[in-house]
Write a protein that binds this ligand. Structure first.
Ligand SMILES: Nc1ncnc2c1ncn2[C@@H]1O[C@H](COP(=O)(O)OP(=O)(O)OP(=O)(O)O)[C@@H](O)[C@H]1O
Length: 555
């Protein structure tokens, strides 16, 4: 039956255009759930019962983001590129905005990974899907649009292996920014800056988080780099941490990929030099140094790209349907799928085994190593004598000496650290204790006792518990000591993150009665103070590290 014949039969079908009436669609199944939307598989009855995906966005949940949603629908209908998912139409149904779009039977790369590739994809797959994504991004940037939410969850794949970039919920046009758009899309210009915070925290570029400095097209390139890591490892770096803005602010500060090519991956997965180089270019802290999408397309890594048939034969082979995957995920992760925004900040969510596959990323070694840290290696963290994160391997009694050698991070497998922190004189309460028989480090801090520039003393001894007393320094292996100091510093950072997280939780209660604007102002003030403290502490630690390095070189 031709479309024209059908048109006569069904008055709702106009020129093969998708009708703006919910009665014309029959919902078949739920296939996805985002922060404020549910995605359904449906058929459009008047158009030959063609299969579509409907993203039903809850406008009540959004409220202040309504402009973004309208922008998504508008952007999707205006853009035309083989790697960009178009929208057939959009209309409101009660309190929801329905965006009707083509059904991509493979679903998102995120759903594929979490269902079938928990440890990540092969580099050939990554090169293939990312090259297509980059083509979409290059087109988008050429049109003066930022996507602002590049991640595996927004890269969809069809049964024929075609790859499409979707979800323009937070996309923005640089034509729409307050400032004039003055130069070509591939060059970074201060006249193209946007200033509002948008996107998904773990993928956000540092300049988006520190949005007062403005950001532009290169923010998408950062997210693209994070997406590459997400595809390679199964989840984005540091995604076990709560996505609070203040936390992410610190997290992104810890990314130093400029020397990424120096990385020597020795465990779990090996990556090619060209992959590391490509990721390293994207994750440059300085946006102006990141390549444009157009330039990145010419990177040697994308020569590994294989085309859609390859994806059909590898990635999609034997994959459960998108609806089945969603059902499975729902039964496995009821918490995360039903959680509210507040619960998002709750670390207990990451208790879910799927979400905890990698509990973090270890950058300790040489400062640039990107090794996933697995949950079983999760160390116990104590603060002020109280156990904040329990050792996964054993029940902790909260005492400072309750940790086992297994708690030592695997990447620094010959190093152990014993920390004890105290603000009051003489007391030695709190602190984690990680030790092996190779080396142990004990750090004691007492604000009222004086000591070195940062008010602390470090004791490093060869052999567990043996060797130097307070104030003495016995160095056995310079490299090991440096690694240990780095680990110590990271451990302090971790504790600070946790404290910030707790402070944030308390603040949520505190500010519950304030207006949204007042809350944001308050949060900004708090963040400023927090940032200043952080800077101060970091420079103190830096100084301490430098002093210890000097002592080391004297030895
Ligand atoms: N057009 C589509 N065809 C097939 N599956 C889709 C389509 N759009 C979305 N999905 C599925 O629904 C899931 C949720 O999509 P959605 O865009 O709502 O959420 P998200 O991008 O993962 O999260 P959010 O945008 O809220 O951060 C996707 O991961 C994907 O598997």
């Amino acid at each position: 039956m031709s479309h024209d014949q059908k048109k006569e039969e069904d008055p709702r079908k106009v020129n093969n255009q998708y009708p703006l009436d919910s009665n014309c669609y029959k919902i078949l199944d739920e296939i996805g759930k985002g922060v404020s939307a549910i995605v359904y598989k449906a058929i459009c009855l008047p158009i030959d019962s063609s299969v579509v995906a409907i993203k039903a966005i809850d406008l009540e949940k959004l409220k202040e983001d309504f402009d973004n949603v309208r922008r998504e629908a508008k952007t999707m209908t205006l853009l035309s590129h083989p790697n960009i998912l178009p929208a057939h139409c959009s209309f409101t149904v009660n309190t929801r905005l329905w965006v009707v779009m083509p059904f991509m039977s493979g679903g998102s790369l995120q759903s594929i990974i979490s269902s079938s590739y928990p440890d990540g994809l092969s580099e050939y797959c990554i090169a293939t899907v990312l090259k297509e994504t980059l083509s979409a991004l290059s087109y988008l940037h050429g049109q003066g649009h930022l996507h602002r939410d590049i991640k595996a969850g927004n890269i969809l794949i069809d049964s024929n292996g075609s790859v499409k970039l979707a979800d323009f919920g937070v996309s923005a046009s640089i034509y729409e920014s307050n400032l004039p758009y003055g130069s070509s899309s591939s060059s970074f210009s201060s006249s193209m800056m946007l200033t509002d915070v948008a996107g998904t925290p773990y993928w956000m570029a540092p300049e988006v988080i520190h949005s007062h400095t403005g950001y532009s097209l290169k923010a998408d390139i950062w997210s693209f780099g994070i997406t590459a890591l997400e595809l390679a490892h199964g989840r984005p770096p540091l995604s076990h941490l709560p996505p609070s803005k203040s936390l992410i602010m610190k997290i992104t500060k810890r990314f130093r990929f400029s020397d990424y090519e120096k990385t020597k991956d020795t465990k779990n997965k090996k990556f090619s030099k060209s992959f590391k180089d490509m990721v390293g270019l994207c994750l440059d802290q300085d946006p102006s140094k990141r390549p444009s999408a157009e330039k990145l397309l010419k990177h040697s890594f994308f020569k590994n790209s294989k085309g859609p048939d390859f994806l059909v034969k590898t990635l999609l082979q034997g994959l459960p349907t998108v609806e089945k995957r969603f059902k499975e995920m729902k039964t496995q992760m009821p918490l995360s799928l039903n959680k509210t925004e507040e619960e998002d900040d709750d670390e207990s969510v990451s208790e879910n085994p799927k979400q905890r596959r990698i509990s973090g990323w270890n950058f300790n070694e040489e400062g640039f190593k990107l090794d996933p840290v697995f949950p079983s290696d999760h160390k116990q963290v104590t603060f002020g004598g109280e156990t904040i994160i329990k050792d996964k391997g054993k029940e902790s009694d909260g005492s400072s000496n309750s940790s086992s050698p297994e708690q030592v991070l695997p990447e620094t497998d010959q190093i152990s650290v014993q920390e004890s922190g105290s603000d009051s004189q003489g007391s030695n309460a709190g602190g984690g204790h990680y030790e092996t028989d190779q080396i142990s480090v004990q750090e004691s801090r007492s604000e009222n006792q004086g000591g070195n520039a940062s008010g602390g003393q470090s004791v490093i001894s060869g052999g567990s518990g043996a060797g130097a007393g307070a104030g003495g320094v016995v160095w056995k292996d310079n490299e090991m000591v440096l690694k240990t100091l780095k680990f110590l510093k990271d451990s302090v950072d971790d504790q600070r993150h946790l404290v910030s997280h707790m402070i944030n939780l308390v603040r949520v209660e505190d500010t519950a009665n304030l207006s949204r604007e007042e809350q944001l102002m308050k949060e900004i003030d708090n963040l400023k103070v927090e940032l200043e403290n952080e800077k101060k502490k970091n420079s103190e630690l830096q100084l301490e590290l430098e002093i210890l390095k000097l002592q080391l070189s004297d030895e």
